[in-house]
Design a protein around this ligand. Structure first.
Ligand code: CA
Length: 743
């Protein structure tokens, strides 16, 4: 050892003894020790994070390992090291290997949790991140955007990681091509488990994105294989491929509401992927846009999605499209894929005045399109003469969409050991997909040492607790409750003197033949805070004890951003006397909150000097909205000064499926005539994607207003009577009506 080296070594020992950092095995106990270890790391070295919680740890891992001797960042014991608070990781250099980190209980202070770069100039090449976990590590501001993982540089691998519960805006995993050094990258993304990604209710909820429109005509050469996608429902695009020459294969999509979308870029191969919709709503398959795309040997079963979420979607393009719109489909193919019990195959989807360039030089060959419940699977939105159809098998009674290229047949499917439906028939040979040796499963993806998280809203999974009538008995019972509990009320009067914050799912029910009555004395009775959800069943909500001041509400959401979607169910209830002063609402929602479902059923609402459901607080008109599903069934609304339902989704964005609405068997008496009802409507729908209003009666109400925009909304008004109520007001867009009467 030379003199200066030994001096350095001595200094190192001195520092370590002063700060108790790296021990002889390479275990570091704090960020300073970590930094020092990084500075001194040589190829083959291991830096080991000590067991425990690393709070606000911003780790920058740089260095140059070699192919044979990478520098390794790992943990003392897997599952015993967590990075929390405002922690993140940046890596830059060559042959660095990261393993076993867990991010939870916090969120990144920067744009990314794990970034394959230190700065714009210092990137990663030949690095690997494996067996890491990012669990609900979300910025509490719903629309404050961040990425959990950004991959830059070249030849990096991201594998066997578990990413679950992305709830704020921003892609879960992005491959970035923003400098030359990150293009033609040959990254490999494999064997990851992408857990539940709840509906965002806006664009920006992709689980995986490769490239951006800006660099979409450059090659990325990224391979995405053997990944498991579990209910990745953020938005229309589970995967948004936005660059050239990517490969997606052997991935499994379990009940995902969206599609693998070739959004931009060309020459992408989508081969031998497996989609299982299990008949869940809005589950989709593969969407083709652009040039020279190959879709072959994929298996799609039980997908129900429509339009941009079809099992197979071939889009129309925009003539001379700008980079961020839709290029024409040309020279592309979908061959030897199996679509079994999928509901919708969409051709020339998105056809409109702007998207008028139909697919050309493309082929759809030797696929099986078979559905044992439904004969007509194809929707043809425009001229399909640019697609050649050959050798496809369809149901015996289905009507082919072209004169040749489809053969009617009855197929006999048998489920194989791997859970796939395979036709046993001779004529199905050489048709459809051939099962591959392997594919992603829950067992061969993610990590083995961290539990799979299941934290969605579930009612009635906890205890049942009897609550006596009286003053604040309900308040006290709720304070003691835990997630999924059922509070059971007896007949009698419940007075609540304080506002109740709901932070977990809770059911408040009664089985009494005489409904209990709840009165409250604050400006709101229930506040659905982040994580809260509410079911009310069989009770009277009486507003007469509320403060004599304007602005009361029975239920409100958090006034602040909520990243957890909530559910609200009101059944067999009677809301009355919400009129001690003006602007007294049933439900008041705030911006940056989102309901998966709001259901009003078998309930009455009488004398409300405000709104029932004003779901119109996202006013930026960028495709964001307040509720995915709204159901009003067998309800009676009488003497409502405000609006019963104002459902608003503004802007031109097409990334979401909702909002969706059903109104059935309901009566509206004297609704909407208060001077503060600026909507001048009893129901107002703006940008709602699916609306079905039926079997309902409107008496002396303000009109029903429809503003139909974006995404070919499906609107049907059926079997309704409008007495002393003005005609339906619309914006000139077509919708379906059946058996309406006005008198
Ligand atoms: Ca998107």
């Amino acid at each position: 050892m030379g003199k200066s080296l030994s001096l350095q070594f001595g200094l190192f020992i001195l520092i370590c003894s002063l700060f108790s950092c790296t021990d002889s095995k390479g275990v570091v106990k704090d960020v300073e020790a970590f930094n020092l270890a990084v500075q001194n790391a040589q190829p083959g070295d291991k830096i080991i994070l000590a067991n425990g919680i690393w709070k606000d740890a911003e780790l920058i891992f740089t260095g140059k390992g070699t192919a044979e001797q990478p520098i390794i960042l790992t943990v003392e014991e897997k599952g015993e090291v967590t990075l929390e608070g405002q922690s993140n990781l940046r890596i830059a250099g060559e042959y660095l290997h990261v393993e076993g980190l867990v991010f939870k209980n916090g969120y990144t202070p920067t744009k990314e949790v794990i970034s394959f770069r230190k700065s714009k100039e210092e990137l990663c090449n030949n690095c690997r991140v494996t067996e890491c976990v990012v669990d609900n590590y979300n910025n509490p501001e719903r629309f404050e955007s961040d990425y959990w993982v950004s991959i830059y540089g070249k030849k990096n691998r991201f594998d066997h990681n578990y990413l679950t519960g992305k709830r704020n805006h921003g892609v879960t995993l992005a491959v970035r091509l923003n400098t030359e050094e990150s293009r033609e990258n040959h990254h490999r993304i494999d064997h990851n488990y992408f857990g539940h990604h709840p509906i965002l209710g806006a664009n920006g909820g992709e689980t995986l994105r490769v490239g951006t429109s800006h660099y979409s005509l450059t090659n990325s050469n990224t391979v995405v294989e053997y990944n498991y996608f579990d209910r990745c429902n953020g938005e229309h695009e589970i995967i948004s491929s936005k660059s050239c020459q990517n490969i997606y294969r052997y991935n499994t999509f379990h009940e995902c509401q969206g599609t693998l979308t070739m959004r931009h870029g060309n020459e992408t191969l989508v081969e031998s992927n497996y989609f299982f919709g299990n008949r869940k709503a809005n589950t989709g398959g593969i969407r083709i846009i652009n040039e020279t795309q190959t879709v072959k040997n994929n298996y799609c079963e039980g997908l129900t999605g429509y339009r941009f979420r079809g099992a197979l979607v071939i889009m129309n393009g925009v003539p001379n499209s700008p980079a961020n719109r839709y290029f024409q489909v040309t020279n592309s193919e979908a061959s030897n894929n199996t679509f079994v019990n999928c509901d919708h195959i969409q051709l020339c989807a998105g056809s409109d005045e702007e998207r008028s360039a139909v697919p050309i030089n493309s082929k759809v060959e030797n696929n099986i399109f078979y559905n044992d419940q439904k004969d007509e699977l194809f929707t043809v939105y425009d001229d399909i003469s640019g697609i050649s159809f050959n050798g496809n098998l369809i149901n015996e009674n289905a009507k082919p969409i072209t004169a040749s290229g489809f053969q009617n047949t009855s197929l006999n499917f048998k489920r194989n050991d791997d859970g796939l439906l395979i036709p046993q028939d001779e004529m199905a040979k050489e048709k459809g997909m051939v099962p591959t040796e392997g594919r992603a499963t829950p067992d061969n993806t993610g990590v083995t040492w961290y539990p799979r998280i299941e934290d969605e809203v579930f009612f009635e999974t906890g205890k049942t607790i009897a609550v006596k009538a009286g003053i604040n008995t309900l308040y006290e019972a709720i304070q003691k409750s835990t997630a999924g509990d059922v509070l059971e009320l007896e007949s009698g009067n419940y007075v609540v003197e304080k506002s109740i914050d709901l932070k977990h799912p809770l059911s408040i029910v009664s089985k009494a033949s005489e409904k209990p009555t709840i009165q409250f004395q604050r400006t709101s009775l229930f506040n659905i805070e982040n994580g809260g959800s509410l079911t009310l069943k069989n009770m009277v909500i009486d507003g007469s004890e509320a403060p004599d001041a304007h602005g009361n509400t029975v239920i409100r959401t958090s006034r602040y951003s909520m990243i957890r979607n909530y559910k609200l169910f009101i059944e067999d209830c009677e809301f009355k006397d919400l009129d001690v002063n003006h602007t007294f609402d049933v439900l008041r929602v705030y911006k940056n909150t989102f309901a998966d479902s709001i259901v009003l059923r078998n309930s009455t609402f009488t004398k409300v000097d405000g709104n029932v459901l004003a779901l119109n607080k996202e006013t930026d008109d960028i495709g964001i909205y307040n509720a995915e599903n709204v159901v009003i069934e067998n309800c009676h609304f009488k003497d409502i000064s405000g609006i019963v339902l104002n459902l608003h989704r503004g802007g031109r964005d097409e990334s979401t499926f909702g909002p969706m609405l059903v109104v059935d068997k309901s009566t509206f008496d004297n609704v909407g005539k208060g001077k503060r009802n600026k909507a001048d409507a009893s129901i107002s729908l703006h940008g709602v994607q699916v609306a079905h209003i039926k079997n309902s009666q409107f008496n002396s109400c303000e009109p029903l207003k429809l503003h139909l925009v974006v995404g070919e909304p499906i609107t049907k008004i059926q079997d309704c009577n409008f007495a002393r109520t003005p005609a339906i007001q619309d914006n000139g867009e077509p919708y379906e009506t059946e058996n309406l009467s006005f008198n």
